[in-house]
Ligand binder design. Structure first.
Ligand SMILES: [Zn+2]
Ligand SMILES: [Zn+2]
Length: 387
């Protein structure tokens, strides 16, 4: 069911290096690309590996203020200090590398809109916290928001839908389009009461023209596979079918994984794959397969590699190997030694079952059901959907 898939990557992405102790480790991208190579993704005739280009300053100006762009440019020459209140250090060369990441997302958009590719994955993209005049949550410029504005301008798209799967609320993306009906943003994330950035509550549902076009599925900590999929299936497919977007964007953060050191959700790679499969098939059903995928968070380097390599297998409809290749594990071990992490590489591509205590399970499921009902009551009427 799939046409060409473009994977946008350059080793230059590894220069998005905030600081030696920072949890966002650029090596996770190299590990993911290497795993894709070693399991045969790039041997598939439908896959092309594409170099990103640096975006223009005018592309950044579609979303960001010129003062902020100038600030990033000047701190990029010196490094040092922070771009926000302490999560996003200013680092040498950040202006150039972030322009390349944004340019990678614009390249993906061009390829899809001209028909050169049906799906595209900018593995370095997904910087969803950055907002008009400041960085936030490890994100310097918001490539997702810039890409949406760019496609509105260049390809005159009238309905763009974003499904953000990252464990953190997609606040930067939400804020950019909060009062517009031409962009439907859906974010599934851990409740902001417990997790950065502290927003994304169900009642944040858009303003003015955009009322009902901002959807926040705010999930309790320890949400496990079954509860998450229930929420996803109740909300995402009906909205896609009702909205009929010209194109679907997906932010693919995998930090809702049960082993992620920064968050408290309890998902396995199986659930990520179920969501990718569903969105992929919806894209074919409603928008000729136009499906633009961004990377995102994920602070367990082995999970990032296994989840995104498995996603490519899913898109290509090829089997996911049981085990990670030995040569990849050796590469993983050299990288983790270098980073001072636990060196043992994951042997299985998938995850074991995560045991959740029955009583806790019941309570979480009940909480998730309440959230789902609340979301439906708030936004489904806007889209002519029953709840
Ligand atoms: Zn496809
Ligand atoms: Zn995140």
């Amino acid at each position: 069911m799939t046409g060409k898939i473009a994977i946008i990557y350059s080793d230059d992405y590894l220069k998005y290096y905030l600081s030696p102790e920072h949890p966002l480790r650029p090596q996770r991208l190299a590990l993911a690309i290497r795993l894709m190579k070693e399991i045969g993704v790039f041997n598939n005739q439908n896959v092309v590996l594409v170099e990103p280009r640096e975006c223009e300053v005018e592309d950044l100006l579609l979303v960001h203020s010129s003062d902020y762009i100038e600030l990033v440019k000047s701190l990029s020459k010196t490094g040092g200090g922070y771009l926000d209140y302490g999560d996003t250090p200013a680092f040498l060369g950040m202006f150039e590398v972030t322009r390349k990441i944004v340019g990678g997302s614009l390249k993906a958009a061009d390829m899809i809109n001209t028909g050169e590719a049906q799906h595209a994955f900018n593995i370095g993209g997904g910087l969803h916290h950055a907002t008009r005049s400041r960085a936030s949550g490890f994100c310097v410029f918001n490539d997702i928001a810039c890409t949406i504005r760019y496609m509105q301008k260049k390809y005159h798209l009238e309905r763009i839908m974003v499904v953000d799967l990252d464990c953190h609320h997609a606040d930067g993306t939400q804020n950019t389009f909060y009062s517009e009906s031409g962009v439907l943003t859906v974010s599934l994330h851990e409740d902001g009461t417990y997790l950065f950035p502290g927003s994304g509550f169900v009642f944040e549902d858009g303003a003015g023209e955009g009322k009902g076009y901002c959807v926040n599925v705010s999930l309790p900590p320890y949400t496990f596979d079954e509860a998450y999929l229930y929420a996803f299936n109740e909300i995402v497919p009906p909205l896609v079918r009702a909205y009929q977007p010209d194109l679907i964007l997906q932010q693919s953060g995998v930090d809702a994984h049960y082993t992620d050191p920064l968050t408290s959700e309890a998902l396995t790679i199986r659930t990520f794959l179920n969501t990718y499969r569903a969105i992929h098939s919806l894209a074919h059903e409603v928008c000729d397969g136009k499906y633009l995928i961004f990377g995102g968070g994920g602070y367990q380097i082995g999970v990032v590699a296994r989840a995104w390599a498995s996603m490519l297998c899913e898109l290509l409809d090829i089997p996911i190997p049981e085990e990670t290749p030995k040569s990849w594990r050796e590469f993983y071990e050299s990288v983790s030694r270098e980073l001072g992490l636990e060196p043992a590489a994951p042997i299985k591509m998938g995850d074991p079952e995560v045991k959740v205590e029955e009583k806790a399970k019941k309570k979480i499921l009940e909480d998730v059901e309440l959230v789902v009902q609340e979301v439906k009551e708030r936004v489904f009427p806007t889209h002519g959907l029953d709840f």
